[in-house]
Design a protein around this ligand. Structure first.
Ligand SMILES: [Zn+2]
Length: 191
């Protein structure tokens, strides 16, 4: 299965790949390469979402796309919470290149207020809650509407997570199988 790298100029998005930095809930990089990959269907549906967002005056900031099975295992080992993370054995949609974590930016490049940060593992990150501001409620509805119209399914517990319908049509991939060099970048440098 071929993965598509999500980069400018083909994809007009900003990247803040959290698991390649210390700015994630584990406090340490989970993979070595700050890059975003999706399978071909997901890449096409992201393009559709980019067009809709642009027409409405917004752009996307991407936090994570393809997540090699090794990275899913590392996240689970740190925080084995099935409400917010996939059990390694069950196969995350992220390991199928079929899921994306993202938010909306306004024309100035400022992220919209979504009520919680990315990866906030609290009930307030769930869709349908009313204990966030009305602005945040509206912003989440905007993101949900754009992504739904572009053909994406949502996940009830995480406002930032979208995935293809029936993601199990696609296999889970290791870093080596995907050829993304996300886990191996550091050791390839000669360590
Ligand atoms: Zn996700």
């Amino acid at each position: 299965m071929k993965l598509v790298e999500i980069t400018a100029p083909d994809f007009d998005v900003d990247l803040d790949i959290r698991y390649a930095s210390e700015n994630n809930f584990t406090g340490t990089p989970v993979y070595g390469r700050s890059a975003c990959f999706l399978n071909e269907e997901a890449a096409d549906k992201l393009q559709a979402a980019i067009r809709l967002a642009d027409h409405a005056g917004f752009r996307f900031l991407l936090f994570d796309g393809f997540r090699p099975v090794e990275a899913v295992q590392a996240l689970w080992d740190h925080t084995p919470n099935p409400d917010y993370l996939s059990r390694p054995g069950s196969g995350s949609p992220h390991s199928r290149g079929a899921a994306i974590d993202l938010t909306l930016l306004d024309r100035d490049g400022t992220p919209l207020d979504m009520g919680t940060e990315f990866d906030a593992m609290t009930p307030r990150s769930h869709h349908g809650v009313t204990d966030i501001s009305s602005d945040a409620q509206r912003n989440r509805a905007l993101l949900l509407g754009i992504m739904s119209a572009a053909g994406w399914d949502f996940y009830m517990n995480e406002w930032w997570h979208y995935q293809l319908f029936r993601p199990r049509r696609y296999p889970t991939l290791s870093d080596q199988a995907a050829g993304t060099r996300m886990m191996s970048e550091k050791t390839d440098a000669g360590e």
